[in-house]
Design a protein around this ligand. Structure first.
Ligand code: PAF
Length: 281
């Protein structure tokens, strides 16, 4: 396994691999890897000859006051996990090389990125699409894999790739959960003491909405209220949003009549967590 630190070296490696007729797969991450990330590596390995995993805590997708400074980082541990998972290259660029002081170009998707997390974190998705476009240009992947936990992010990136004609196949891989149902996330390490147990309210709210839907409830307000009631029972939890939206357009629906994404963001203590499920598919 190789560690590559510069965009130029990454492009040189990828161009050589392409000239050798190899298919390149990319797993973009911000590091502090967990089983969810490693499942994305397996998805790439099933579809490509070489797997590149990028580790970059992208400063421009964090809003002022968010957890950029304390976002967990552990490169040696990540490298060990990558080696064990069969990653060929860890691409770990320096922030000041990717974003020189006079950096002045961004990539913005303007429809799918407006609601849900985009409403609570204005500018976040512009940061995501900008870095993912840069990673595509550095790694030149044939296929890139993203997790369904960040369902809106995956939709926004798929749209960006289509709109800007990136020749990259976008794959969305299923959510990987802890044994008790908590969706895996690098931020779960902030859930200390009773907060870890409290965080299960997200999964319980999704179980509740799935139960209500199975029982025949179709009104979005009623489904949403059922979820809110679950979260409200946990004093350390504060709802950022609960949304029931068309799976493709991410527009809110009043009545569930086709596949919908049910997504929620909840602050448990100081940690913002997201999760989702799809109903009616
Ligand atoms: O999902 C993430 O970890 C990040 O948003 C991504 C896609 C690596 C871009 O920084």
């Amino acid at each position: 396994m190789q560690l590559i630190r510069s965009a130029r070296d990454m492009q040189a490696w990828s161009l050589a691999a392409r000239r050798a007729g190899l298919r390149i797969g990319l797993v973009p991450t911000m590091g502090y890897l967990h089983e969810g990330h490693l499942s994305l590596v397996q998805q790439v390995r099933a579809r490509a000859d070489r797997c590149v995993l990028s580790i970059f805590v992208n400063p421009i997708q964090f809003l002022p006051g968010e957890d950029l400074a304390k976002y967990p980082r552990d490169l040696p541990r990540d490298e060990r996990l990558c080696e064990g998972a069969g990653v060929d290259v860890v691409f770990h660029p320096e922030a000041n090389a990717l974003y020189p002081p006079d950096f002045s170009t961004t990539v913005e998707e303007t429809a799918l990125s407006v609601g849900l997390c985009g409403a609570s974190r204005p500018g976040h998705f512009r940061g995501v699409t900008t870095i993912v476009a840069k990673l595509f240009n550095c790694v030149l992947p044939d296929v890139a894999v993203f997790g369904q936990k960040d369902a809106q992010q995956a939709s926004v990136i798929r749209r960006m790739a289509r709109d800007l004609d990136f020749p990259v196949e976008i794959i969305v891989a299923p959510i990987v959960r802890e044994a008790d149902g908590l969706a895996m996330s690098s931020r779960n390490r902030f859930l200390t003491g009773s907060l870890r147990q409290d965080a299960l309210c997200l999964r319980r709210a999704l179980d509740e909405v799935e139960r209500a839907y199975a029982a025949g409830v179709r009104g979005a307000d009623a489904l949403q209220e059922a979820m809110e009631a679950v979260i409200r029972r946990v004093p350390s939890a504060a709802i950022d949003y609960i949304a029931i939206v068309d799976e493709h357009t991410l527009a809110p629906v009043a009545v569930v009549s086709g596949p919908v994404l049910v997504a929620l963001a909840v602050k448990v203590g100081a940690t913002r967590l997201i999760d989702n499920t799809v109903l009616g598919s």
